[in-house]
Design a protein around this ligand. Structure first.
Ligand SMILES: CC(C)(COP(=O)(O)OP(=O)(O)OC[C@H]1O[C@@H](n2cnc3c(N)ncnc32)[C@H](O)[C@@H]1OP(=O)(O)O)[C@@H](O)C(=O)NCCC(=O)NCCS
Length: 220
């Protein structure tokens, strides 16, 4: 247990240049407090003491502004910087060495049952305000830009930004915005749909032109 607590404190120093002393880290880092409370809540959750687990989680949320469902599974050296407004859902799984900032949501879309929250790989950074919604995986070594809204699986070693999230870097190389085998572009999809509809209307118009009109003549 003490080894883990020491590792948690070291993780703060590794990720936050503003951290000055162990005393300050232990008493003022709400991300750390939320993580420790979560470990206790998660232990109760695993023993099927769900209500006690939820109560601990809610007290922690009240104190830190960070809501971690007791069912969420979190790896080693997890760091929440600032933390206010972070929400982590019940079926979320988080790997090792993950850093998240304030306002991050690891949530569901409201359409799924069972496993409905994301799985986050190892060594992932999730920027402030980013939303990752659904039961897909964000691969190892990914960066999710602040305020990105990620709705699809992300392969390892990628940077995802924007709403909806699109991959802008893969294995350290810039990805072309016209690379359609990456995350879908809703604007392009909309244009494709419009083109299909225009083609269909054209066909219907041609057919109508060939219909006989009252009076017996063909309309031009
Ligand atoms: C995404 C991030 C991790 C950088 O990852 P990276 O792999 O080093 O990516 P780069 O900085 O090379 O940026 C790649 C492209 O994405 C763009 N980009 C980066 N972050 C972005 C964001 N949040 N939103 C939109 N575009 C973004 C860059 O402008 C760049 O675009 P370009 O190729 O047209 O120049 C970083 O920008 C970020 O958002 N970090 C979160 C930090 C944070 O939340 N801090 C809060 C402190 S309180």
């Amino acid at each position: 247990m003490f080894r883990r607590i020491r590792s948690d404190i070291e993780t703060v120093f590794e990720n936050d240049p503003a951290a000055r002393s162990r005393f300050e880290v232990i008493f003022t880092y709400s991300g750390l407090h939320a993580l420790w409370a979560h470990r206790i809540a998660h232990a109760f959750f695993r023993k099927r003491l769900f209500t006690i687990a939820r109560i601990i989680s809610q007290i922690s949320r009240f104190m830190t502004g960070i809501e971690i469902h007791p069912g969420a599974r979190i790896g080693e050296r997890f760091f929440i910087d600032h933390g206010m407004g972070v929400v982590i859902g019940e079926t979320c799984e988080i790997g090792n060495d993950v850093v998240i900032y304030q306002g991050v949501t690891l949530g569901g879309t409201g359409k799924e049952k069972g496993k409905r929250h994301p799985t986050i790989g190892n060594n992932v950074v999730i920027g402030s305000g980013a939303k990752i919604l659904g039961s897909f995986t964000v691969g190892d070594n990914c960066n999710v830009g602040s305020n990105a809204v990620v709705l699809r699986e992300v392969p390892p070693n990628c940077t995802v930004v924007g709403n909806p999230g699109r991959i802008v870097k893969r294995n350290g190389e810039r990805v072309s915005r016209l690379d359609h085998n990456q995350l879908p572009d809703p604007v392009v999809e909309m244009f494709r749909e419009m083109q299909t509809q225009i083609d269909r209307l054209h066909q219907e118009l041609e057919l109508l032109k060939k219909q006989p009109v009252p009076g017996g003549e063909f309309k031009q």
